[in-house]
Structures are given as C-alpha cells and as structure tokens.
Design a protein around this ligand. Structure first.
Ligand code: TRP
Length: 336
C-alpha cells in the first residue's frame, strides 16, 4: 500500500527554542515513529525562505541551517525513516516556484494576512520585494512538488496552506489534469510553551530557552524567571496559576510534582527557589539526551552534511518525477 506523504519545513533564521521543540519538532518525530505504516515523512530546512526577509544579511543562514539540521536529528528525526533535506539542495523547488508564479494571481498573495503583518513587524527591513510577496508560492512549491497530503504546522501557517490549496487547484484546472492533491494542515494539540516572562515563547520577545543554551544558562534563566508577582516573600502565599514557572511545570513535571508545587505555593510551604529547582531538574532530564546528541553531531559536521546530501538526493528524485508531469502540462516537454 502506498503511504501518504507528510511534509514540513522550518525556516533557517535563528536558533531553535523549547517552544519549537515541544510544539512542532516532537510532533514530526511522532509522525515518523508512530505512523510508519501510514506516513512517508519529508522534513527540510527552508534556507531560501530565510532570504525573503534576511536577504540583506545572509551571513547567518549557513550556521542556522546546520544548527537546524543538528536539532532535527538530536530531537529524534531519523534519516533511515524520514527524508531529511535542505531546500536549496533540491533546485526543482525553484523551478516549480517559477512556474507556479506564472499562474498565481497577485491578489491572492496580497491578501495573505502574514504579508502585511510581517511588513509591519519588520519595519527596519525593506520587504517590498518580489521574493517576499512570493513567500507562499515558494512554500506551495515546497509542498506540492512531493504531492504531499499532510503538512504538520502551527495554526499561524494555515493561511499559507489555504493559498497552497488554491494554487494546486488552479494548476489542475488550467491544465486539465490531476497532478497535485490539495495539501491539508495537520494540526495536533500541543501545549503552548510559555516563555520566561509568561508570554508565548518567542525569539522576538527575548524570553526563550534555546536548545543551544548550556545547562548553566538554562539553570540561570529559570532561576531568574518571574513568579507570582504578589508573592514577595517566602512567607507570602502565592497563586501558582499566576506564575509562568507553574505553566512550565505543567509541561515538564509529573502530576505528583505539579500537586506538590501548587499546594506548596498556595500555603507558602515551599519557596519559589525550591519550586524552580524541581523544574530545572525536569527540564534537564528532558534536554539531556538532546544535548548529548547535539554535542556528538556538532563534533561530526561531515556526518550531518552527508545526511542532508543523501536526503536531498532522495527528495530530488521524487521532485523530478513531479516536475516531468508539470513541464509536460505547461508545454515544456521538449526538455524531457
Ligand atoms: N513557513 C514555514 C515557517 O515559517 C517554513 C516553511 C517553508 C514550510 N516551506 C514550508 C512549512 C512548507 C511547511 C511546508 O516555519
């Protein structure tokens, strides 16, 4: 039986944090491990996408790409089970992006909510570029070139997926064939990871714990986290729900520990430092195998590159099959 294809990617712009790990990457690993009979998974680093907003300062892209690959593998993606690759190492994505740009109405792109939002957010950059407007077209090419059915992404990516479905449909309609299935977002429930200040963990809020942070840094970040602001002294009773430390406990601690810290906080039987110590222990337990694997991989960059090379070749073979159909449909078959 043919397995259904799953595809997802992450943009190579900066370091990965605990929120990305718990929210997205763990889900990718689960799809790879638990549904092997059903899904054929493709995961990649979107380095071209990093240029859509970072074109003026590309010096960090190489490092971010390598770091992301390392994190993918350290978190449990297995090159024997999933196809792990780098976008720019599969040039067929660029060819499909070009061809899809011929059929994509400008209005569709201008209407994508993230287009204006990102421009507002990144006021210091000039984002009135062709490439930035075409971000969702490139993302569409990434997905449909594998004729992927499922795209595990966060809810923020759903507007992009909507346009991917529209472009796939338009292609099939214009050329009167059934080349592309319409991709569906695969949204799994996962806990929202709060950052050190209680807001959503995010690079731009400067409140994140990074996978590349050393144990010392992680410990220090948690030790200096804010707690219930009304609990000034150890003898004051606190309300755990008002403390971001407690919300992190909900993700990383056992039910028993959760009860102990909640009760201890409300009765002032335990202080914030003791509460944080339990959290530190549990986050260490969660991250230690990942840290270990990261260190192995960091000292073995050739192996990481080899994984990406093999994965990109495998991805390229699948992509090329699709491109043959696309070229044929669009009158470019002389080249085949
Ligand atoms: N836009 C995604 C992000 O910001 C990255 C991405 C690029 C992607 N191409 C994709 C995600 C294709 C899913 C499928 O992280």
């Amino acid at each position: 039986m043919d397995r259904e294809r799953v595809l997802s990617g992450m943009q190579a712009s900066g370091k990965l944090h605990l929120g990305n790990l718990v929210g997205a990457l763990k889900n990718w690993v689960d799809l790879q491990n638990n549904r092997q009979d059903k899904y054929d998974c493709f995961y990649f680093v979107a380095d071209w996408h990093a240029l859509t907003t970072g074109y003026a300062n590309p010096s960090t892209i190489k490092e971010s790409t390598q770091d992301l690959l390392i994190n993918f593998i350290a978190a449990g993606l297995d090159p024997d089970k999933s196809t792990i690759f780098i976008q720019s190492m599969v040039p067929q994505h660029a060819e499909l992006h070009l061809l899809l740009s011929m059929i994509t109405p400008l209005g569709w792109l201008e209407r994508v909510p993230t287009y204006k939002e990102k421009q507002e957010q990144l006021k210091d950059r000039d984002l009135s570029t062709y490439g930035f407007l075409g971000y969702p077209v490139l993302q569409t090419a990434d997905i449909i070139i594998y004729r992927a059915k499922h795209v595990p992404v966060g809810i923020d990516q759903f507007p992009h997926l909507e346009i991917s479905r529209e472009i796939a449909r338009r292609f099939n309609y214009l050329y009167n064939r059934d080349v592309f299935p319409e991709p569906e977002g695969l949204l799994t429930e996962f806990p929202k990871v709060p950052g050190l200040d209680g807001r959503k963990m995010s690079k731009s809020y400067d409140n994140a714990i990074y996978l590349s942070d050393s144990p010392e840094i992680v410990e220090q970040k948690i030790r200096t986290m804010m707690t219930d602001p009304a609990r000034k002294r150890k003898t004051d009773k606190g309300e755990p729900e008002l403390s971001p430390v407690y919300h992190l406990h909900k993700i990383f601690s056992s039910k028993e520990e959760l009860d102990i810290v909640a009760h201890g906080c409300r009765t002032a039987e335990i202080g914030c430092i003791d509460c944080k110590k339990i959290l530190i222990k549990n986050i260490f337990a969660y991250l230690t195998p990942i840290w270990k694997k990261r260190n192995e991989l960091i000292s073995n960059p050739d192996m990481v590159l080899e994984i990406a090379r093999k994965g990109s070749q495998k991805a390229g073979n699948v992509a090329e099959e699709t491109m043959k159909l696309v070229r044929e449909a669009m009158g470019l078959s002389c080249r085949v």
